[in-house]
Design a protein around this ligand. Structure first.
Ligand code: AP5
Length: 269
């Protein structure tokens, strides 16, 4: 993609995000029927692109982004008893106990104000008991999950993605040394703070994480396939194309014929 195409695509994205947010806020302000809040999960193996796509969804739909891996790493950084225990499990490529993970998500959905606009769960549910726990949690709120989006990619493509990933710990922003390099070497584009490599982002731990994914999380995909809310996306494509495909799933039932920001400015529909 050339520079002009690239810039044009970014600007169109910014305008579309603004339109979506204005529509939602106007709806809330007037008490009129607003597009339904979004309630969705992103499933996929390590490196599939969950953490790359989720912030874009959050931006578009003004909802919360709950990434259980980030929540656990936060506990590790604070050196809490849970963090100490979780670090051993994460570095070994295993899974933290279901009841702990379900409790974490419940707490966030109840207390995080951003979740009033809906939620994207990234890295949860990772087991069938977690999926059942989520269903129970939502049923008690008279809600249902709307979308289970699976980012599908062959294991062989994930080694390069994981071993080249660079992370800004405070924000969770992620880069890639080759596929998505920061503007300045090893520095976060927004804050200029140093980037790090995750302690579980090495070829050996990845092998174990992939084993755990296929044994314990693949059944979660089957769980949602049966419900009719599952959609698969080819996650081996470049990030912009993955985003377009995800968006077309999420906006499928939400396209509106109302005026757009551009049409309001130009007076043309
Ligand atoms: P978590 O943090 O959730 O890790 P993960 O599932 O292994 O996923 P990743 O964060 O590694 O990958 P991603 O899909 O977000 O990829 P990203 O977008 O960054 O969990 C860590 C650990 O915590 C688990 O192993 C477990 O121990 C524990 N845990 C967490 N949740 C739990 C739960 N519910 N129950 C029990 N235990 C739990 O992309 C990767 C790289 O590729 C980046 O560098 C990115 O720039 C690049 N990239 C992304 N998309 C593309 C593309 N389309 N083309 C080229 N490069 C791309």
């Amino acid at each position: 993609m050339g520079f002009v195409d690239d810039e044009l695509s970014k600007m169109k994205d910014v305008i579309a995000n603004l339109e979506s947010r204005v529509k939602r806020l106007e709806g809330r302000q007037s008490g009129a029927v607003t597009p339904e809040e979004i309630r969705m999960i992103l499933i996929g193996p390590p490196g599939a692109g969950k953490g790359t796509q989720a912030p874009k969804i959050k931006e578009r739909f003004s909802c919360c982004h709950l990434a259980t891996g980030d929540m656990l790493r936060n506990q590790v950084a604070k050196k809490t008893p849970l963090g100490r225990e979780a670090k051993k499990i994460m570095d070994a490529g295993g899974l933290v106990r279901d009841d702990i993970m379900i409790g974490m998500i419940k707490e966030e959905l109840n207390s995080n104000k951003e979740c009033q606009g809906g939620f994207i769960l990234d890295g949860f549910p990772r087991t069938v008991p977690q999926a059942e726990g989520l269903d129970e949690m939502l049923a008690s709120r008279n809600q249902k999950l709307q979308h289970a989006v699976e980012l599908q990619i062959d294991d062989s493509l994930l080694v390069a993605r994981i071993t080249g990933r660079l992370v800004h710990p405070a924000s969770g922003r992620s880069y890639h040394s080759t596929f998505n390099p920061p503007k300045e070497y090893m520095k976060d584009d927004i804050t200029g703070e140093p980037l790090i490599q995750r302690s579980d982002d090495n070829a050996e731990a990845l092998k174990k994480r992939l084993g755990t994914y296929h044994a314990q999380t693949a059944p979660v995909v089957d769980y949602y396939r049966k419900t009719g809310i599952w959609h698969g996306v080819d996650a081996s494509q470049e990030p912009g194309q993955v985003w377009k495909n995800v968006l077309s799933i999420l906006e499928g039932k939400e396209r509106s014929h109302g005026s757009t920001i551009l049409s309001r400015i130009t007076g043309k529909n």
